[in-house]
Write a protein that binds this ligand. Structure first.
Ligand code: 2DT
Ligand code: MG
Length: 211
């Protein structure tokens, strides 16, 4: 398999509001794992590198307008187009640290008023994460952190609604980490969660999202 410890890799997802620290923590966790000799890669959604991803990127930059359901399905398609590669990597022993996944897909679209069950449907059949870490930061706190960029959704009122929908998505794979703690403290908690998840996954089959 190429993995130093044998067995498959783990699908570890970080979720949270904009400016909750996901990207920094993904980078820290990735270099920690790689430093330990663990086969690991950092991924993110949306993956703006594909043609679907470019449509999403233009929409987020307010360079194009798309119907709410249309953009929802594009975000989902952007995960589907990566599903086969994701599966190959995981089965080949690579752990994936993923910045946003289906939970962002549902929470952001539901915050616009779309029916949550409708939002969940196209995610069914994607690979289920082994661990979802939600970095919990109050929207006001997140906004204070150097402010938002100019992208669509980066508004405090909208972020509050997104947070409420995230909370309704919590399931048994979720761990909530207080994202307002110092970076190093969050990092330590993430390392522990990730290490035990990776160990457990060696004897656990991949599963599919079934919402
Ligand atoms: P980044 O700032 O992390 O690049 O995210 N989003 C993301 C959705 O609305 N649906 C999705 O399925 C995903 C993955 C969250 C860009 C924005 O895109 C939103 C913020
Ligand atoms: Mg952003």
């Amino acid at each position: 398999s190429g993995s130093s410890q044998g067995g498959r890799g783990a699908l570890i997802v970080l979720e949270g509001l904009d400016r909750s620290g996901k990207s920094s923590q993904c980078a820290r966790l990735l270099s920690f794992l790689q430093g330990k000799g663990c086969q690991a890669e950092g991924w993110r959604f949306p993956d703006r590198g594909t043609s679907v991803g470019q449509m999403i990127s233009a929409y987020l930059a307010n360079e194009s307008e798309l119907d709410d359901r249309t953009i929802h399905l594009l975000f989902s398609a952007n995960r589907w187009e990566k599903r086969a590669l994701m599966e190959r990597k995981l089965l080949g022993g690579t752990t994936l640290i993923v910045d946003r996944y289906s939970y962002s897909g549902v929470a952001f679209s539901a915050a616009k008023g779309l029916d949550i069950e409708w939002c969940k449907a196209p995610e069914n059949g994607l690979i289920a994460p082994d661990l979802v870490v939600y970095l919990d930061v109050q929207p006001e706190k997140a906004a204070e952190r150097g402010g938002y960029g100019g992208e669509r959704y980066e508004k405090i009122e909208f972020q509050k609604k997104v947070g409420e929908h995230y909370h309704s998505l919590r399931d048994s794979t979720w761990k909530v980490v207080d994202g307002s703690l110092p970076m190093e403290v969050v990092e330590e908690q993430l390392k522990e969660l990730a290490m035990s998840c990776i160990l457990e996954c060696q004897s656990k089959q991949l599963a599919s999202l079934a919402w």
